[in-house]
Design a binder for this molecule. Sequence first.
Ligand code: ATP
Ligand code: MG
Length: 420
Amino acid sequence: MIQVPRGTQDILPEESYKWQYIEKKLHEIAKNYNYEEIRTPMFESTDLFVRAVGGSTDIVNKEMYTFKDKGDRSLTLRPEGTAPVVRSYIENKMQHNVEQPVKLFYLAPMFRYERKQKGRYRQFVQFGVEAIGVEDPLIDVEVLSMLMNIYQSFGLKNLKLVINSIGDIESRNEYNKALVEHFSPRIDEFCNDCQTRINTNPMRILDCKVDRDHELVKTAPRMYDYLNDESKAYFETVKAKLDELNINYEVDYNLVRGLDYYTHTAFELMSDAEGFGAITTLCGGGRYNGLLEMMDGPDKTGIGFALSIERLLLALEAEGIEIPKDKGIDLYICTMTDEARNAAGTLLHKLRSRNISADMDYENRKLKAQMKDADRKNAQYTIVLGENELDSRQADLKNMETGETVKLSFDDIINTLEEL
Ligand code: ATP
Ligand code: MG
């Protein structure tokens, strides 16, 4: 029997209403912050991710779904959203848009070849935002405010926002030098990846999942001590503004994030809800000032974050927050005879084209079973059609909540439901 591919899942109707609810909320919040939707292709040139995400990352080294098409081009299923959005910004010359920053969001599936575990899928849906074109601590704070707003709007309480500054490129280079000095003497005690990282991107040693408890990771120099005055001032402004908005955060000097192109503000949002399990990161993001130029784009900077719906759902579950169920259908038509079934089909057609949700029994069940079905479908109203109803073109419209009934003509049933 063919099964769903490893690390992917079917989202069945029992679950899909939750996704719809979340997606709607994300669209609303994006609107409040005036971010507009961008949709980029599901696959891109492999080079885009190799260049933009960087050769020293897990994404590029281990996790990409890369394939050749029939024209012998190397393509990759999108593993993350920032590179495609930045590509599109550059390709569509959005630096010439009158309004800057250009504020974009995406809500789309991502693909990574990962080891399957709770909260980690091979296809997962990310919501992410990018504000490209202006470097200003106020934008960093806007993005963080939006992030917190999203999670709090679902009623989540056990949230921990962790921030750090990686500084500008100059500060970052100084810091990398210090890290090389710190780790070099004992680099042979580290995993193979870290032995490569020390040459390609030493900061990523701090982000290593294998060596996270090594003594040298704990005693590593702090980025903060290598920030130049400008970078320090930038970070201080971000923190002061967060304080002003009463957004709680912790500073973690070892937070560097996985991707190569981050500068200044970097952040992660974690859940500290009990029972959440090992993977507690809900969302990650940061400022990427070097990325556009590195991709041969204009001298513009950006900031963004990405979260996955899968982990948001886990957080909701861990805090026992239920997503409201869909309201159900307006009308269920029970039928007693074949003629009635036929008439119900015609009535349904009229109801639905007047924007009334309605359904009937298609299995020739007994009246009692049909009533049960109406209940299951959460019908607000029911009618029963038999010989008498067809003769008089009237039926009792029953309010399922109150049990009240009113006798109405078929046309008036439609009119009444339309008004409701
Ligand atoms: P992790 O350290 O957990 O692997 P990451 O650094 O790879 O995370 P990002 O690339 O920053 O994650 O992606 C942003 C967010 O997307 C993460 O914080 C997480 O919520 C979610 N995410 C990442 N990978 C997966 C996955 N395989 N399945 C579900 N959600 C994911
Ligand atoms: Mg990962």
